[in-house]
Each structure stands twice: as structure tokens, then as C-alpha cells.
Write a protein that binds this ligand. Sequence first.
Ligand SMILES: *Cc1c(COP(=O)(O)O)cnc(C)c1O
Length: 378
Amino acid sequence: MDFHKMMKSSEKTINVTRSSMPDFTEYTEELRSLWDSRWLTNNGSKHRELKAALAQYLGVDCLELLVNGHMAIELSLQALGLRGEVITTPFTFASTTQAIVRSGLTPVFCDIDPVTYTMDTSKIEERITDRTCAILPVHVYGNVCGVEAIESIAAKHGLRVLYDAAHAFGVRYRGRGIGSFGDVSCFSFHATKVFHTIEGGGACFHDAALGVKLARMKDFGINGPEAVDEIGGNGKMNEFCAAMGLCNLRHIDGELQKRRQVVERYRARLEGIAGIQLNPAQPEVETNYAYFPAVFDPETFGASRDQVSDALEARGIKPRKYFYPLTSTFSCYGGRFDPAETPAALRVSRQVLTLPLYADLPLETVDQICGIILGCQN
Ligand SMILES: *Cc1c(COP(=O)(O)O)cnc(C)c1O
């Protein structure tokens, strides 16, 4: 393939997501003061400004900014001083399970609800042992977990709750910011997420002492020039990332509205088609239109997830098999976990395809994608 043809075909590729960005000059203006201050990281002015703005937008008591969402989860698990088993879901991004394992904890996998894809709260208690210390559910695709049931199970058994809210930026439940649930809720501000700081993350919590601990743990455990009081690493967000966050936060409401139009167009084309299950509309939830998963039942629909994926790929459209495979089957865990113990998660992971969705995705492209999908039926 010659260079021009290659450029042309890559221009036409539709990826599953595309990062939102402010105007170039808006970002460079935001950065200008850094050329005077020469203060580029370590709790600089952009960092402090973003922290306050995000705590307000998300409706949370306390927030600590971190280098990425993964370190938010990992350092939070460590800051809570957990030991033993953590009940979690295998239907998630690698990060959730890796954070548990890397913190010296043992993941215990609970099955998911086949409609919301979040942890099936009726199956949590049967997973509890005398070694269980915490529950780590994920608000998958921005769908809200059974937060009330989880809270009462945790209270009954004396467990901590840490939510992976990486998909749920801006989601509200019963008027309450989703980051305010649990002992800790962790967001990712990665470039592919609804709101981003290029790379970044945030841990939200209620206990101010936990914030002091996290702030030290993300800075090598340092507490003053001659004191290192925690076991810590380097998890700080730098000023360039915080500045990107300040710019993106100004435009977040408009971005969500544009995403909403894309989601509504998908729904208008795919809703009610036999054999395709779409993300549920949850009562009392203000959603963030983060992802558009479609679950294909091959018998009823007439084509498998993989066939639909191949048909889209052949036309330069790149959906993602998100989440596939289950994290419990990763080779790095050496076959310690049996995916047959989470049958709903196993089935959904084999049938789900996450379709392209971003603010600037043209509605005609959505129509084209849906046309290709529906063309797979026969
Ligand atoms: C993106 C993501 C993470 C990790 O966030 P990073 O900012 O990329 O480190 C964790 N969990 C889930 C479910 C995610 O989607």
C-alpha cells in the first residue's frame, strides 16, 4: 500500500473512542503561568485549582488527584490498610484486578447482573469468608452498582467498600455524585475517558485522615524534609495534566450533550432488535453516555459478536470487545480462578461489543455502523 492510500485509509478509520480536546490556544493560555512560576508538579497551582473544581463538580467531600486511575485504586487499597480477600468482579478492565493483586490482596470473583453488568449483589454474601476485608465493585459503562445493598452487606460484615468509578465520571444517583459512595471511589482521567487530564485519576472519600495518608503515599511517603512516614511511591499529577483537566472541565456539559445525541441515535436504530441487548436506562440515575455496549445473542440475532466485530473491522470501524476476556482468566494469574464460577460474566464477555462513541462522532457514521450491524443478521 502506498503512503497516500495508507493515510487515506487511516483517516477513515473510526476508533471506539477519540479524545476530547480544548482549543490549542485555550490550553496554551492555561499553561502560560507555568513559564513564570517554573513549578511543574508537586501540588502546584493548577493541581490545587483542579482539585477544588473537581470536588465541587463531582459532589464529593474529599478528593486526591493522582497520576492515573490505576494508582488511585492501588494506593487507596493500601491506604485503607487492607489484608486478605477482596470481593470484586471479573467483568472489568485489567486495572481493577491488578490493583488488588499488586497490593498483596486476593481477588474473590463475584458474578455480575446480566442487565447492568455490575456486581450481582445477591451473590456477594456467599463469597464472604473470615478473610474478606473489602468489596471492590465497578460502575461498568457508567451503570450504577447496587449501592444500597452493597452498603448494608458491608455494614453487616464490617467490610470496606471501594468503588472503581473509572467509567462513571459525572454520573449522579438520586441527585448524589457517584463518587460520594463507599469508603473510597476512584475515577480515571485517562485520555479515553469522558473527562480527561491526558493521564490522571482521582480518589474520593469522606475521611480527611485518609486524604493526608494518600497525599503522603503518592509522594514517596514523605512528611516534611526529614520524615518519611508511609510506605509510598510516586503517584503525583503534574501541572500540564491538571491544566488539561481545567480546560476540559469547562466544556464537560457540552461534551456530555453531544455524547447523548450519539447514544440516542444508536438507540433509535438498534432498540427492539431481537437478539441485541442495549445498556439499560436506570431509574434515578443521571448518566454520562460513556460507552455504548451491545450484547449479541447469536441464536436470536443470527450472528455472533465476533462476526459483527469482523464485519465492522472490514469497513474500517474499530469497536472493542470490552470487556473480553474476563480478568480472572488472565495468564498472569496462572489459572487460579475458574471463570465457570461467574457464568453471567463469562457469557456477556463473549457476546459484548462496545461500539464507537465520542462527542464528535457524526450521526451519519452511527447510521452507517448500525447498517453494517443489521446487515449481519442474515
Ligand atoms: C480506565 C480504567 C481504569 C484505569 O484507569 P487509568 O487512568 O488508565 O489508570 C481502571 N478501571 C477501569 C474500569 C477503567 O476503565
